[in-house]
Every structure is written in structure tokens, then in C-alpha cells.
Design a protein around this ligand. Structure first.
Ligand code: 2BA
Length: 109
């Protein structure tokens, strides 16, 4: 059995949630915040059998899009200004960042 942790953009979370339910995957959605953009994203945790991992990854891939997002760097108050970029930069935020972990034990009481 595996635990899949998927960080996705908020805009994709309802569509992904519906697709997971439709395909009989049990999932938990957590409100999360990206460390770089410091804006909201959604983290799904899904426990499932090893054999279903390819299907689960397909569903995540099909329901999450990558997008360009503008970031305004914060000025370095009292810090080193040498590497400071004084204008917004564009970053591509991925469709989904996915971790697949082994599960040692699973209990459902
Ligand atoms: P954020 O940390 O807010 O990152 C948003 C996007 O900013 C990233 O998209 C990436 O394109 C860019 N980015 C992040 N760190 C950067 C840096 N040091 N320099 C330049 N650009 C940077 P994604 O890579 O698709 O990541 C989307 C979200 O997935 C991340 O939001 C974070 O919440 C999560 N994530 C990504 N990699 C992770 C990891 N190794 N561990 C835990 N969470 C991760």
C-alpha cells in the first residue's frame, strides 16, 4: 500500500476531488501554503493499493494544469540588496507536485 501526497493549485482542487471520488479513490484535502509564493495551494493525501498508483497518477495529471504566476520579490529590509530583483518575475507553477510513500501499517477503526 502507498500514500500519495499531491500538492496542487487551488483552481484545480475541486475538479481533482470530483475525479478521485468518481474513480473510487478515498482522499483527504488539506489547505496548504507554498513556501516560495506564500500563497494558498491544496494538498491531497490518498492511501491506495500499489496496483492503483498508475491510475491515480493519470487522474492527477489529467486534472491539474501548470500556470504562469507573477511574483513580486520582497525587498530585503536591512539585508543584502545585491541579489534583490526590483521587478515582478514570472514563475511556472506545476500542475502537481506528487510524492509516493510506502505505508508501513494501515488501520481503519
Ligand atoms: P511554492 O513553494 O509556492 O512554489 C511555487 C512555484 O514557484 C514552484 O512551482 C516553482 O515554479 C517556483 N519556485 C519554488 N521555489 C523556487 C525557488 N527557490 N526559486 C525559483 N522558483 C521557485 P512547483 O515546483 O510546481 O511547486 C508548486 C508547489 O508545490 C510549491 O509552492 C510547494 O507548495 C509544493 N512543492 C514543490 N516542491 C516541493 C518539495 N520538494 N517539497 C514540498 N513541497 C513542494
Amino acid at each position: 500500500m502507498k500514500l500519495v501526497v499531491a500538492v496542487v493549485q487551488d483552481q484545480d482542487s475541486n475538479r481533482l476531488s470530483s475525479a478521485l471520488t468518481k474513480n473510487n479513490f478515498r482522499a483527504t484535502k488539506l489547505a496548504s501554503t507554498g513556501g516560495f509564493l506564500r500563497s494558498g495551494n491544496t494538498t491531497f493525501i490518498v492511501g491506495t493499493e500499489d496496483a492503483l498508483i498508475p491510475q491515480l497518477l493519470d487522474i492527477i495529471r489529467d486534472n491539474c494544469r501548470s500556470r504562469e504566476q507573477m511574483v513580486s520579490p520582497v525587498s530585503p529590509l536591512g539585508g543584502n540588496a545585491d541579489s534583490y530583483i526590483p521587478y515582478p518575475i514570472e514563475v511556472e507553477v506545476g500542475g502537481a507536485t506528487v510524492f509516493v510513500l510506502p505505508i508501513e501499517q494501515f488501520h481503519h477503526f
